[in-house]
Design a protein around this ligand. Structure first.
Ligand code: RUB
Length: 401
């Protein structure tokens, strides 16, 4: 049976040989512990982890460790994480350790993946190949349901494809979910009647595990055309529960707030790569993977590699729409697209609602930047005949490589 292979970058504790440090990982996560134990009887030894190789890299080492497939419970991703991303991070034998990736055999991926994926979402919106433009309602929190709907309406009129709640907005007293969804959907229906355009609304249904599916169902019953989950804070199995619920037949937008506590350090933690794999397996339709020129810390090669995990071949599972978000404005659009390609959702909060002429103008400016890209015209040249874009570029400038 093919096994699980996990790759770690690490720096051993002073005085510990790299091979020994790697062996500590393999043993801690399988059949061993800090000392020899009489209960590690012979038949258990087939479940030992195995250090396949240790090679120097930079100031440390990279190791590949084989975990026998048999130690994993098929379909239980919480348990998968407890093995490949478990106690090892705290071992004193390692000064630092970062899980770079883990590859699992087909027998451990018994998941149906996204229901919609890139093609399904394009079908809902009616686009063939242009990048999608999304917005996050800003301010993150504080607006009443009525004002949220008014902002959504302006963004939709300006031309965005997707409107979403921010990661900290759920069902607070100042903006109850029921009222917010009803009013936003009413506003988007009006825009649809006026313009013929379908604009999706991703409602943040993140809540405790035993209530999340019911909350998502409630949002869908109120007309939500997408649901959103903060997958790191809610848990991967909460995403799985949503995706597997027969009543939630809308795409799932996956936000990754808190990920950087694990993914940001180049020497310690967990690379985004594994989370991208899990989200695709478990049924996310869109996933934040970062920008290459925005406000959040990023590594260009990691972002493009993560997007390939979402969009490359994977056991016939549908392709997940990558979402680039954080500090984007019309002046970043060409930089993002030349690196990330057209199968991308470009999301702008401040870069739309901060436009000098308001939200609708900001949405128009983002769309104009995308249109310029599709027509092969530079932002500066397109801005000469597109007032909203011109105003945005004057405020924020054009971001080159
Ligand atoms: C964007 C925003 C998003 C972050 C998340 O707002 O608040 O939650 O982009 O980051 P703005 P990531 O457009 O005003 O910067 O996508 O990297 O997880």
């Amino acid at each position: 049976m093919p096994d699980v292979i996990a790759t770690y970058a690490f720096v051993p504790e002073r005085g510990t040989a790299p091979e020994e440090a790697a062996r500590w990982i393999a043993e801690e996560e399988t059949t061993g512990t800090w000392t020899g134990i009489s209960t590690r009887v012979e038949y258990v030894r087939r479940l030992d982890g195995e250090v396949l190789e240790v090679t120097p890299r930079g100031n440390g080492y990279v190791t590949r460790i084989r975990y026998p497939a048999e130690i994993f419970e098929p379909g239980n991703v919480s348990q998968y994480l407890s093995v490949v991303a478990g106690n090892l991070f705290g071992l004193k034998k390692l000064e630092s350790v970062r899980l770079l990736d883990a590859e699992f055999p087909e027998s451990l991926i018994p998941f149906h993946g996204p229901r919609f994926g890139i093609r399904g979402i394009r079908g809902l919106i009616g686009t063939l190949d242009r990048p999608h433009v999304g917005t996050i309602i800003k301010p993150k929190v504080g607006l009443s349901p009525k004002d949220t709907a008014a902002v959504a309406s302006q963004a939709a009129l300006g031309g965005v494809d997707l409107i979403k709640d921010d990661e900290t907005l759920t069902d607070q007293a100042f903006c109850p979910l029921r009222e917010r969804v009803s009013l936003v959907m009413e506003a988007l229906e009006e825009v649809k009647e006026e313009t013929g355009r379908q604009v999706l609304y991703a409602v943040n249904i993140t809540t405790r595990a035993d209530r999340i599916v019911a909350r998502a169902e409630e949002a869908v019953n109120l007309g939500a055309t997408m649901v959103m989950i903060d997958v790191i804070t809610a848990g991967f199995t909460a995403l799985q529960a949503l995706a597997e619920s027969p009543k939630i037949r809308v795409p799932i937008h996956v936000h990754r707030t808190m990920h950087a506590a694990m993914t940001r350090s180049p020497v310690h933690g967990i690379a985004m790569r594994l989370f991208a794999r899990l989200v695709r397996w478990l049924g996310g339709d869109q996933l934040h993977t970062g920008t290459v020129s925005g406000k959040m810390s990023h590594d260009r090669d990691e972002v493009t590699g993560d997007n390939r995990i979402l969009t490359g071949p994977c056991l016939g599972l549908k392709r997940v729409f990558p979402v680039a978000s954080g500090g984007l404005q019309p002046g970043n659009v060409h930089r993002e697209l030349e690196v990330l390609g057209n199968d991308i959702v470009l999301q702008a909060g401040g870069g739309i609602h901060g436009h000098p002429d308001g939200t609708a103008a900001g949405a128009r400016a983002m769309r104009q930047a995308v249109d310029a890209w599709m027509e092969g015209i530079s932002l500066e040249e397109y801005a000469r005949e597109h007032h909203e874009l011109e105003r945005a570029l004057k405020k924020w400038g054009v971001i080159h490589g």
